[in-house]
Write a protein that binds this ligand. Structure first.
Ligand SMILES: *[C@@H]1O[C@H](CO)[C@@H](O)[C@H](O)[C@H]1NC(C)=O
Ligand SMILES: *[C@@H]1O[C@H](CO)[C@@H](O)[C@H](O)[C@H]1NC(C)=O
Ligand SMILES: *[C@@H]1O[C@H](CO)[C@@H](O)[C@H](O)[C@H]1NC(C)=O
Ligand SMILES: *[C@@H]1O[C@H](CO)[C@@H](O)[C@H](O)[C@H]1NC(C)=O
Ligand SMILES: *[C@@H]1O[C@H](CO)[C@@H](O)[C@H](O)[C@H]1NC(C)=O
Ligand SMILES: *[C@@H]1O[C@H](CO)[C@@H](O)[C@H](O)[C@H]1NC(C)=O
Ligand SMILES: *[C@@H]1O[C@H](CO)[C@@H](O)[C@H](O)[C@H]1NC(C)=O
Ligand SMILES: *[C@@H]1O[C@H](CO)[C@@H](O)[C@H](O)[C@H]1NC(C)=O
Ligand SMILES: *[C@@H]1O[C@H](CO)[C@@H](O)[C@H](O)[C@H]1NC(C)=O
Ligand SMILES: *[C@@H]1O[C@H](CO)[C@@H](O)[C@H](O)[C@H]1NC(C)=O
Length: 472
């Protein structure tokens, strides 16, 4: 928001606070008449309903690959932590003069400097542009489902008319999110594109939404604390918290437990872009380009299928690599959980469902197949998948606060068929909370590099392929 808009916003708040208390029990009547005001809310970004869907089949792109400039090295070497954090004595006492009453010293952007709600570096620009791509696809995806599937098809999964209004509302929320981010990016912000959704019925659609909003959410958590612009981070945060609620609601629509994990993971931007790009068909001719890497696709051959009563017992039941969204094609009706008669096995849309057969579990053998690099993906097929890794040796399980590595076994590097298997690790964040849970991520890597939530993107030079994994 521009400073002027922020001031108008403050004016609106002042107006609201003049409202006097009304009796506790009352019929809803209008007791206060506000004068017409010349303080309209800012215009939302111009947008349209995308009418074309499906894979890109236009002309080959004239520019391909990620945006780049001088590259200083293949990876970022480790350095000591900032002394300020190491030296601060966390003892509960005050260690500096207070800038004003009831205010401790310290903090970033707390010295009275006027916040400017715009990006402040290439890092900021590319990160917010990535987030905007996600808001745009969600705006279309949520509308598209409502327009594509009938009321009866939604009803069959327990998603009734009031739930469908929530879906419509979530689509509308994306207009606000896109507006906020586009304003902070300025006139060259990425525009709406066309999209290609890997789903053919309501259950697959809900699962794709649940997975896409998870990587969009996790993608923002990965970069948010690293942004140069604190003001931009603060605005984006106020959108991504809504995105997080959307993710949970789509899990509930799919009859899954709403939030099995205790912590939501953060992933590198290149992971979010890798997972998103395949679902973008084409973008307008002067769309700015992204700096992020597109990794090869990883296929989870026995990806757990939450539409099944026994979700762990699935083979080749996704609609493809990257998202590894569930497919219902091979599920006989009596193995669908939506209408199971046993309450511990069923999964209608609900606030919460106990599923007594876990989707995945420590020690589960997970079968993997992946693509080599060099494939065209993304808007106008104009990005190219790349990796530095010739032979992956580990599966990196990225969930909650942890990246945990398990060795790949039986690795086959055949040109047409790269395969291996591994076993789900038995690790916890805290006692009682299995680390591998919820909608999370698996990457194949060549080394078991130790990374933690704030430096997770240092893993990128070691990534061979990438997927969403459905653990719980
Ligand atoms: C897009 O379609 C929805 C109905 O699905 C409608 O409510 C909305 O106004 C349309 N938006 C635009 C910008 O045309
Ligand atoms: C406040 O901090 C910013 C950097 O965070 C600095 O650029 C600015 O000069 C400071 N302003 C004052 C009044 O100290
Ligand atoms: C579940 O049961 C309801 C009510 O009998 C039915 O209308 C619906 O089609 C069933 N859903 C599926 C996916 O079979
Ligand atoms: C992109 O193209 C559109 C339509 O041709 C034009 O209106 C717009 O100004 C262009 N944007 C930039 C940043 O060049
Ligand atoms: C995930 O967490 C839920 C809720 O705590 C638990 O019931 C389930 O068994 C966990 N799943 C796995 C794979 O550990
Ligand atoms: C991408 O394809 C669309 C549709 O064919 C076309 O209008 C657009 O100019 C293309 N964009 C680029 C950057 O080539
Ligand atoms: C739900 O699952 C939890 C954990 O497995 C169990 O303790 C609880 O009894 C179950 N509740 C119902 C109503 O099934
Ligand atoms: C996982 O580890 C816990 C102890 O840390 C142990 O009780 C449990 O049996 C292990 N599960 C598997 C499947 O190895
Ligand atoms: C997972 O993260 C928690 C919190 O940072 C840490 O205590 C725990 O040791 C980690 N577990 C593994 C297996 O890395
Ligand atoms: C990431 O941070 C952890 C500390 O949280 C550190 O031990 C590790 O070496 C770092 N990883 C890399 C690749 O620098």
């Amino acid at each position: 928001m521009a400073p002027a808009a922020a001031l108008r916003f403050a004016g609106l708040l002042a107006l609201v606070s003049n409202v006097r208390a009304v009796p506790v029990v009352s019929e809803p009547t209008t007791t206060i008449f506000s004068e017409p005001t010349d303080l309209p809310s800012p215009y939302a970004i111009s947008h349209h309903n995308v009418t074309s869907h499906g894979p890109y089949n236009g002309l080959p792109a004239t520019t391909t690959g990620a945006l780049w400039t001088s590259v200083l090295g293949p990876s970022i070497p480790p350095a000591p932590p900032p002394p300020q954090i190491v030296e601060y004595p966390a003892d509960g006492k005050l260690h500096g003069d207070q800038p004003m009453p009831f205010t401790p010293s310290g903090g970033i952007g707390t010295n009275g400097s006027v916040p400017i709600y715009k990006v402040a570096s290439d890092f900021d620009y590319q990160s917010l542009a990535l987030a905007l791509y996600h808001e745009w696809i969600e705006l279309d995806l949520f509308h598209w489902g409502l327009a594509t599937f009938s009321d009866e098809e939604f009803d069959a999964y327990g998603i009734d008319a009031e739930d469908r209004f929530l879906l419509q509302h979530m689509a509308d929320q994306e207009i606000g999110h896109a507006s906020v981010i586009a304003n902070m990016l300025g006139p060259n912000a990425p525009k709406q594109c066309t999209y290609n959704f890997p789903v053919s019925n309501v259950r697959e659609y809900v699962d794709f939404n649940q997975k896409l909003t998870r990587w969009a959410e996790a993608g923002v958590y990965g970069f948010l604390p690293h942004l140069n612009s604190g003001p931009a981070a603060s605005m984006l945060l106020q959108s991504i918290t809504v995105e997080a609620r959307q993710q949970m609601i789509f899990r509930q629509f799919g009859g899954q437990f709403p939030m099995p994990e205790w912590h939501t993971p953060g992933i590198p931007q290149s992971w979010a872009w890798t997972l998103l790009a395949p679902y973008i068909g084409s973008c307008p001719h002067n769309q700015t380009r992204m700096v992020w890497q597109n990794f090869p696709a990883l296929y989870i051959l026995n990806q757990p299928n939450p539409a099944r009563i026994n979700g762990a017992d699935a083979w080749d039941e996704t609609t493809g690599g990257y998202a590894n969204t569930l497919s219902t094609k091979a599920i006989p009706p009596d193995e669908l959980c939506v209408n199971a008669t046993d309450k511990t096995l069923d999964c209608p849309a609900a606030i919460a469902n106990n599923k007594s057969i876990p989707l995945s579990y420590p020690g589960r053998q997970v079968f993997l197949q992946w693509d080599g690099p060099g494939l065209l993906v993304g808007p106008n097929n104009s990005y190219v998948t790349t990796t530095n890794v010739a032979e992956p040796k580990f599966a990196a399980w990225l969930s909650q606060l942890n990246v945990t590595y398990t060795p790949l076994q039986d690795v086959s590097l055949d040109d047409n068929m790269k395969t291996a298997y591994t076993f789900q690790p038995n690790v916890s964040t805290w006692k009682g909370d299995p680390a591998v849970n919820g909608t999370m991520f698996i990457a194949l890597t060549d080394v078991d590099l130790f990374v933690t939530p704030y430096n997770v993107s240092l893993i990128n030079p070691h990534v061979a392929a990438l997927a969403v994994y459905q653990a719980g």
